[in-house]
Design a protein around this ligand. Structure first.
Ligand code: ASP
Ligand code: MG
Length: 439
């Protein structure tokens, strides 16, 4: 079976829901479908919870009324029969009354989680009813019956596997299985979720649990591009990425999946394919365990980076120096992204500058500190095993006219990163594209 996951914008309007229904049924093969809430809904549910935390039930009710009106307004466009309009209307009214029931009681994070889960319940109900109206053999599963996190709030794959396979065995013979993304139960049997954007994680876990042939993540872009299309002309979709290469790129927000989210698929060896709902026949990007030797796959950049250098002769031959430096960043919960060292100095980059001043003040105890703002990390991803010769030189050669502040290579077999000025980003990305992807 294949798993197909559609995000909020892909089910964002009745028209888009119809398109999704077309996509999931066209192969005619049994398919497991994971859906997000309609776009904007989870934010609205969080807003409702926020009013309730602030003990403002009128505020919450107003938002619920608007949400109800909006959803009821979709029915005429989505369904053609009175029966299904009524059926779905009843469900939406029931859902909204459920949301209203929270305005009367004590409000805690437990109630909040129950509220934010409802967007996925509504969207999956709407789509399954649409399929049933069309006479398709579809069944709606309840993710709360099988999606579960353990005491560390990590997904419990063993539990998910056992439960989900039992649920599927009870519901055999359907063409389409639909389930809610994002929602789960926790180790205490309470309603919980896999964090914002967690529907991708649901799809990966479901795929691993049922040993799917492929996990498809459908969005509005044609997979992952080999360079930033907003900056560089003529970028191309990357056909294939290794899971490790995909993890390197994830930091760059390259509209790619979060590394933890693809973990279950990676360990189970199930390919993840990024597909475009606007161009369903395009191949998209496949992420799997295959490593294409000697190939640079993509370039990505991240702006608004700050570099901090600490130079100290005390670092020479001293043990524990780096630990002290890192502890300062840790105590301000500021992640370090890139590091380079020399015998008497270390340079690091950070993204969040909330505690920059405090960090710099503390670092000054250990050496001379310099800060460079408005920097940009350029990351080149592909087979960059150190035994290969020539690749790092092609990348550095592309930077020959650009002042480079830091170079990081050898941290993994898949990456070389450069730190440059933000103002040089376009030139650097263009030059890398010319050098690496010229045909
Ligand atoms: N609906 C949830 C969110 O907006 C989960 C998801 O879409 O992946 O974060
Ligand atoms: Mg998403």
């Amino acid at each position: 079976m294949e798993v197909m996951k559609f995000g909020g914008t892909s089910v964002g309007t009745p028209q888009r829901m119809k398109e999704v229904s077309e996509l999931i049924t066209r192969s005619g093969k049994p398919t497991f479908v994971v859906l997000s809430a309609m776009s904007g809904t989870t934010n609205t549910l969080i807003e409702i919870a926020d009013y309730l935390y602030k003990k403002n039930p009128e505020g919450a009710n107003e938002v619920i009324n608007n949400l109800e009106r909006k959803y009821l307004g979709h029915l005429d466009e989505l369904y053609s029969t009175e029966e299904y309009k009524q059926k779905t209307k009843d469900f939406i009214l029931e859902e909204c009354n459920y949301l209203r029931s929270f305005t009367k009681d004590l409000f805690t994070s437990f109630e909040e989680k129950a509220i934010v889960a409802q967007g996925e319940f509504i969207s999956t109900n709407m789509v399954v009813n649409y399929l049933l109206e069309k006479g398709i053999k579809a069944v709606l599963l309840n993710s709360l019956d099988f999606m579960r996190t353990d005491k560390n709030a990590e997904p419990d794959l063993q539990f998910i596997r056992t439960k989900l396979n039992a649920v599927l065995a009870e519901n055999s013979g359907y063409q389409i299985y639909i389930a809610q993304g994002f929602v789960c139960k926790n180790a205490y049997d309470e309603i919980d979720n896999l964090q914002r954007g967690g529907s991708d994680y649901t799809a990966s876990l479901v795929g691993a649990a049922i040993n799917a042939e492929e996990i498809q993540i459908w969005t509005d872009i044609d997979g992952m591009h080999n360079n930033d299309p907003r900056v560089v002309d003529n970028t191309e979709a990357v056909r294939q990425l290794n899971f490790e290469e995909a993890s390197e790129l994830a930091y760059f927000g390259a509209k790619i999946l979060h590394p933890t989210c693809v973990q279950p698929a990676k360990y189970s060896g199930i390919p993840v394919r990024l597909k475009n709902t606007m161009e369903p026949d395009a191949e998209g990007t496949i992420i799997n365990n295959e490593l294409v030797r000697g190939k640079i796959k993509a370039v990505a950049a991240k702006d608004k980076i700050t570099a901090i250098k600490i130079k100290s002769s005390r670092m020479l031959g001293a043990s524990g120096f780096l630990r002290k430096v890192f502890e300062i960043f840790e105590s301000y919960q500021t992640p370090i992204d890139m590091i380079t060292t020399s015998e008497v100095g270390v340079s690091m980059t950070i993204e969040s500058v909330t505690h920059l001043e405090e960090i710099v003040t503390e670092l000054k105890k250990y050496g001379t500190v310099t800060v460079d703002s408005d920097m940009c990390i350029i990351c080149v991803v592909g087979d960059l095993d150190w035994n290969n010769i020539g690749f790092e030189t092609i990348a550095t050669d592309a930077m020959k006219n650009i002042p480079v502040r830091m170079i990081s290579y050898g941290g993994s077999n898949y990456n070389i990163s450069f730190l440059i000025k933000e103002s040089d980003k376009k030139a650097a990305l263009q030059s890398l594209s010319n050098q690496l992807f010229k045909h």
